[in-house]
Design a protein around this ligand. Structure first.
Ligand code: SIN
Ligand code: FE2
Length: 217
């Protein structure tokens, strides 16, 4: 049984697979909120544009990023950090839309994390060829809080590994509306995204957009 975003038992066949303890793949979980999410996303991106950040090693990321919420994840030549301001606009990141918050907390609850209280949402935009190399999400303070990752637009292959970079990875196909959650004891597992394949999504176009919700502070 799966509860949808509005707390109703869904009539759709939603599966709740897992990648091990502390994880869940909620297929189609975001679909009932699709229209609201995409509209809210437009509002965020109008205020803080997508940009290609630079890694501490000086590489331009192939994924374009922006943020909403009290804190936003940024990288530049001096390192990775969370910042209350968008370094491009020097102004606070756009507020986290209510429908984002509702989706993130409902998905976390479904995955066994009822106390999730995200204060940051990193928005990643992949174009064909964009990828995210294996990494751990470890710039947050409290590893007791999970990561909630929402896929929109073109399908992708999410790589999910272990606690060490060299550990074997599992390939997890993720499609529009899928939500992946990982938290304690999986919170520090390595993960990444394979290069995006060309395509056109009816509501998102030639992109995959991923929302990752975190409790950063
Ligand atoms: C991330 O690791 O921050 C994003 C993962 C994804 O795009 O699925
Ligand atoms: Fe990540």
């Amino acid at each position: 049984m799966t509860l949808n975003l509005f707390g109703e038992i869904s009539e759709h066949e939603l599966s709740n697979d897992s990648l091990g303890p502390g994880t869940a793949i909620l297929h189609g979980f975001a679909l009932p909120a699709e229209v609201a999410l995409l509209k809210a996303l437009d509002g965020v991106v109008e205020k803080s544009l997508f940009r290609h950040m630079v890694t501490p090693a000086g590489f331009r990321m192939s994924v374009a990023m922006t943020n909403c919420g009290a804190l936003g994840w940024v990288t530049n030549r001096s390192g990775y950090r969370y910042d209350a301001n968008d370094p491009e606009s020097q102004r606070p990141w756009p507020q986290m839309p209510d429908c984002f918050m509702e989706l993130a907390t409902t998905a976390a609850k479904e995955a066994g994390f009822p106390a999730f209280a995200p204060d940051a949402c990193l928005v990643n935009r992949y174009e064909p060829g964009s990828r995210l190399t294996l990494h751990q999400d470890k710039n947050e303070r409290d590893f007791g809080q999970p990561i909630v990752s929402v896929s929109l637009g073109l399908p992708a292959v999410f790589l999910f590994g272990g606690d060490e970079r060299a550990d074997k990875t599992i390939r997890v196909p993720v499609a529009h509306g899928d939500v992946v959650v990982w938290g304690d004891p999986a919170r520090l597992r390595y993960h990444g995204v394979m290069p995006l394949k060309m395509g056109a999504h009816p509501s998102v176009g030639a992109y995959r957009v991923n929302l990752t919700f975190r409790k950063a502070a």
